[in-house]
Design a protein around this ligand. Structure first.
Ligand code: PGA
Length: 260
């Protein structure tokens, strides 16, 4: 696991956008997109680069990490709609370029299987963006999730319902209780994982993810098993990392040709 401690989220977004631009230059790239506050700075930076011609969007395809069940696709908090506003429109992607699990499917179990199969059929995800929940979740894999799990229905932790109520006018009862989420096993199949965290509210979860034991109690700790994970955190989110000096020294000594 590589840990990169940046000054602030803008510096982190720049670094992550560089990695995406390099991939996009190869002609075709499959991104895994997360929603929530964390990746917004990256999407803003990608939009700036697309606008100024520094990002070639022609070969970009993407898969969403998760989706609420039961929300109309055009509900402003549905992840399909969030990604349409934050990424699809601003990067000028075609309607088929970004796919997500259908939270309105009549048979959600079959939909979950179909979604995993569609990711595999695309050749797999090149670069998966991830946030982390204050309870250590990735995607909507809440504590206790199987580390080998595939896309499936999950029930949200009440703590996550509370965290996400800000996208539902602050009313917890409006937050759907169920979601379709890529499983931890699905996520680990992406070729490069980038987990980002900003702010002190994520500091304990980041420390448990990076330096704690691998355990389903902290789903993000499964990233320790992946051969190419980059954790990009700001100073506040890094504050409980015991080996922060080592991470800083290692990153500072990295040869310039070797990117994240
Ligand atoms: P946030 O959520 O980016 O809104 O903090 C992260 C997550 O729940 O995975």
């Amino acid at each position: 696991m590589e840990v990169v401690i940046v000054e602030d989220r803008c510096a982190g977004a720049d670094l992550v956008a560089d990695a995406i631009c390099r991939l996009a230059m190869k002609g075709s790239c499959v991104l895994g997109l997360a929603t929530g506050s964390t990746p917004e700075a990256v999407y803003d930076e990608l939009a700036r680069r697309a606008f100024t011609g520094r990002l070639d969007t022609s070969g970009i395809k993407a898969f969403l990490l998760d989706e609420y069940t039961g929300l109309p696709a055009d509900h402003e908090a549905s992840f399909t709609e969030v990604i349409r506003r934050q990424v699809v429109e601003r990067l000028g992607l075609g309607p088929e370029a970004v796919l997500g699990p259908n939270g309105l499917a009549s048979d959600l179990e079959s939909e979950a299987k179909r979604y995993d199969a569609s990711i595999a059929a695309s050749g797999g995800v090149d670069l998966q963006l991830l946030g982390i929940g204050s309870d250590g979740h990735i995607g909507f894999n809440e504590p206790g999730s199987s580390l080998g799990s595939r896309t499936r229905i999950k029930t949200l932790n009440p703590a996550t319902v509370s965290d996400n109520s800000r996208f539902f006018e602050g009313v917890e009862s409006r937050v759907p209780k169920h979601v379709l989420t890529q499983g931890i096993g699905t996520i680990l199949e992406a070729r490069h994982l980038i987990l980002m965290a900003w702010g002190k509210a994520k500091a304990h979860a980041v420390a448990a993810c990076v330096e704690g034991p691998i355990t389903s109690m902290v789903p993000a700790s499964a990233l320790q098993l992946h051969p190419h994970t980059t954790v990009v955190v700001d100073e506040a989110a890094a504050q409980h990392l015991r080996l922060s000096d080592l991470y800083r020294a290692t990153y500072a000594a990295k040869p310039s040709w070797q990117r994240i």
